[in-house]
Design a protein around this ligand. Structure first.
Ligand SMILES: [Zn+2]
Ligand SMILES: [Zn+2]
Length: 792
């Protein structure tokens, strides 16, 4: 027999996912001797045994890896065999290099079973975890990923937990957040409003029981989750939901609900099998589902949870604590509420609260009581939001459960930081063939968000060991994110690339689908706003694009945007601007005209005549606003895209039977015959004719969606004729609209064009940073030093 010894290095997401116990078990199975340890580059194993067994080890270490691991690379080198016996797991070693920290993972089945077993020592333990589940990204303070570098460092393990932690055969071996009732975080309920004493309950069952009782009485309870505080209240109580809206200054923006299980989710919403998979996945996102109008079993979220919205965001419990909220305190005890509103603990626009004192200050006027614990949250991480469109995932917000897992890149990039956009800010650090997108940060017009941004950039760069040698930002001269990058560029002497907004959107889809460096596509970028090269507000763009550049082949015809934000919030203003551009009189028979107060109407008319404080816009988001208002659906947007979402909601009810489409002709550009314009005027006149004919708003909505989709397909066919390209990349926030996305994809299929759209990052500005990475890399790489980053 020939004995072989190899030193095997495994890179990827291999720490905090039970990898070393897996290696230990595998070595035992193959009768190998040696050792395994973590270092900042990943996992290293030295194995010795029969040649065929060592060979098998090198294959199976990748193929049979634990479910939460993501093995990027297995490399080995031979060594001279040495005498020895047994296989050991050694202490973590060294510093430098790069390892990958896993994302936070929902409580696994095995832990859930223990938590439900009265005989188990972790029966009803709110913080139960193992190597397969529990907090990760949000508790890591630095590298290497070991207990001292997490916010669990302050909890000294009891003898029982320490034994499990040290036992390579135990499923809690080196599970960093491991704890139990004796040694783990302590649950606490503070209810200052109840008796004025400010006294808190630090007994777990009393705290849970009181929280359930308060919720049942209509109170708003702040609950400390994995990535920040949530606000919870009874989703079946009209008054409680209204109070939460009022206190949170939330307008009509939809809330999500938390339910205990799939069975309850199915009572509240329609859940298809693939949606059930998303709901129960270890990432545990909020999934947008079609709401049931008729109550299933007396379990029904009131309309006010998501007013005027056909969908409802639903989440299953991400942690033991959330599971316990739904369980009676004692066997046979009263069953608590089964549908809770669960919304981020923040005021509109602010980042989610994570620090206990900060939460108490900022959320003091919202919450009646606090259910919390003493395990700190190191970085904020909002819930992720996703949905399914035609069987494929369409992410809306990529955050908890996903961050900081890498997105693979189609080509090598230098060490970069792409700062994203100002709305829904998400940034990315990248190096080699990977980009790490941050958790959802928030809107950058808020000072607290900018501070969160600073900290999050430092944290993520450290976790993935990338020292950015280049910066990428949006081309908008007023973006705070871009100003931040410009300052960092000046002070650090690091080059900065500015990338046009819609070019970045299209490049993001290309990167997601691994299109190679030289690829070009027919791009369609539809969103609310992005700075255009001509200074106009772009947002309805047909681009012929590659990573290296783009040509603007088509755009929605320009309409004046009068007074910026005012016309975004009061959608009737956008409707009147579109009417004026289409040559339609402002007759009081039209709901949008009636919605505009006469004084405002006079000022607006003057503004549009004189072009005072008007910026031309090709925004598809603003076209949605205008049509929604003309059709009488929504005249004022209390939250982003409200008018569009309500129009889509109505349209979805009738679109199967309503096959007509408004005309959106593609005509020659007035000043450049090489280019094209979608003529919105023709479409708007058709909408007006229907509205004056008393055609129902739902039908108007369906005809509008079909018209816009047909316009996109016509552009793609024309672009194919001109360029020979046949891949169409769809991006921008408007493609979070499930109906439009579905209609466009099916139209492109019929025209034998290949559509690519987002599956891994959101189509909205939450995915912008990925596009900035790939475009910025092409622009910056030639001028940057060849050796970049800090990979050891
Ligand atoms: Zn577990
Ligand atoms: Zn313990």
């Amino acid at each position: 027999m020939s004995v072989e010894r190899r030193r095997v290095r495994v890179r990827g997401v291999v720490q905090g996912v039970g990898f070393r116990p897996f290696v230990y078990a595998l070595a035992g199975e193959l009768s190998l001797t040696g050792e395994v340890w973590n270092d900042p580059g990943g996992v290293v194993a030295v194995v010795q045994g029969e040649e065929k067994d060592v060979e098998a080890f090198c294959e199976r270490v990748r193929d049979d890896a634990p479910p939460l691991a993501a093995v990027e690379d297995v490399a080995w080198q031979g060594e001279s065999p040495v005498p020895g016996s047994g296989f050991v797991i050694s202490a973590s070693q060294g510093s430098g290099g790069r390892t990958l920290v896993p994302a936070d993972v929902a409580t696994c089945e095995a832990c859930l079973a223990e938590m439900s077993d009265p005989g188990d020592r972790r029966y009803r333990h709110p913080f139960i975890t193992c190597t397969a589940c529990g907090p990760r990204f949000t508790i890591v303070t630095g590298l290497p990923y070991d207990r001292p570098m997490t916010t669990m460092a302050r909890f000294e393990m009891c003898a029982d937990c320490a034994r499990e932690y040290a036992d390579p055969t135990d499923r809690r071996f080196h599970a960093q957040p491991v704890s139990c009732h004796n040694c783990g975080p302590v649950l606490e309920l503070e209810n200052p409003r109840a008796d004025g004493s400010g006294a808190s309950l630090r007994h777990r069952e009393e705290a849970l029981g009181r929280a359930q009782a308060l919720l049942a009485r209509g109170a708003i309870v702040a609950i400390k989750g994995l990535g920040g505080y949530h606000m919870a209240c009874d989703a079946t109580d009209e008054e409680a939901v209204a109070r939460l809206r009022r206190r949170k200054r939330r307008g009509d923006k939809p809330f999500a609900v938390l339910v205990p299980d799939l069975v309850t989710a199915r009572l509240v919403c329609e859940v298809h099998d693939a949606e059930a998979d998303l709901l129960t996945s270890p990432r545990r996102p909020i999934v947008l589902l079609r709401r049931r109008r008729m109550s299933g079993d007396g379990v029904q979220a009131v309309e006010a949870v998501a007013p005027g919205n056909p969908d409802l965001g639903v989440m299953l419990p991400p942690t033991g604590l959330h599971h316990l909220l739904f369980r009676p305190a004692s066997p046979g005890g009263a069953v608590p509420l089964q549908v809770l509103v669960l919304t981020s603990g923040n005021l509109a626009g602010e980042p989610i609260a994570t620090d206990d004192d900060d939460a108490r200050t900022r959320l003091g006027d919202i919450a009646d009581a606090w259910l919390r614990h003493d395990r700190p949250i190191h970085v904020p991480c909002d819930d992720s939001v996703t949905r399914l469109v035609d069987g494929a995932e369409l992410p809306i917000r990529r955050s908890r459960g996903y961050a900081p897992l890498p997105v693979p890149l189609p080509f090598e990039v230098p060490a970069l930081l792409a700062v994203g956009g100002d709305l829904k800010n998400t940034f990315a650090v990248a190096h080699g063939r990977a980009a790490w997108l941050s958790a959802h940060v928030g809107d950058m017009d808020d000072l607290a968000t900018q501070e969160t941004f600073d900290r999050a950039v430092a944290h993520l760069s450290e976790l993935v060991s990338v020292t950015p040698q280049g910066l990428v930002a949006d081309a908008h001269p007023g973006y705070r994110s871009a100003a931040w990058a410009a300052r960092r560029s000046r002070t650090g002497g690091v080059p900065l690339a500015r990338v046009q907004h819609h070019h970045a959107h299209v490049a993001a889809v290309m990167a997601e689908h691994s299109l190679p460096a030289g690829a070009r596509v027919i791009g369609v970028a539809f969103d609310g706003t992005g700075y255009g090269d001509d200074g106009a507000v772009w947002g309805g763009e047909g681009l012929i694009a590659g990573y290296d550049g783009y040509e603007r082949l088509a755009h929605l015809s320009y309409v004046p945007l009068a007074g910026g934000d005012a016309s975004v919030l009061r959608t009737y203003r956008m409707a009147l601007a579109h009417l004026r551009s289409a040559g339609v009189d402002w007759t009081g028979d039209l709901p949008c005209v009636a919605a505009c107060p006469p004084d405002e109407r006079r000022v607006l008319a003057r503004q549009l005549e004189t072009d005072l404080a008007c910026v031309p816009t090709s925004s598809a988001g603003r076209l949605f606003d205008a049509v929604s208002s003309i059709a009488g659906v929504c005249h004022e947007a209390g939250y982003e895209a409200q008018a569009a979402m309500e129009l889509e909601g109505l349209a979805r009810d009738v679109v199967e039977v309503e096959k007509q489409a408004y005309p959106l002709p593609l005509v020659a550009h007035p000043s450049d015959p090489e280019r094209l314009v979608w003529d919105c005027g023709t479409l708007v006149r058709a909408v007006v004719a229907d509205v004056l004919d008393a055609v129902p708003a739902a039908v108007v909505g369906a005809r509008f969606h079909r018209g816009l989709a047909r316009g996109v397909v016509e552009y793609a066919v024309t672009a194919r004729e001109r360029t020979g390209l046949d891949v169409v990349a769809l991006s921008g926030g408007v493609f979070a609209n499930a109906l439009l996305t579905s209609l466009v994809e099916s139209g492109l299929r019929d025209a034998r064009l290949k559509a690519v759209r987002h599956r891994r990052v959101p189509p909205n500005d939450g995915g912008l940073a990925l596009g900035q990475v790939v475009v910025g890399a092409r622009r910056l790489a030639p001028s940057m030093r060849p050796s970049t980053g800090s990979e050891g």
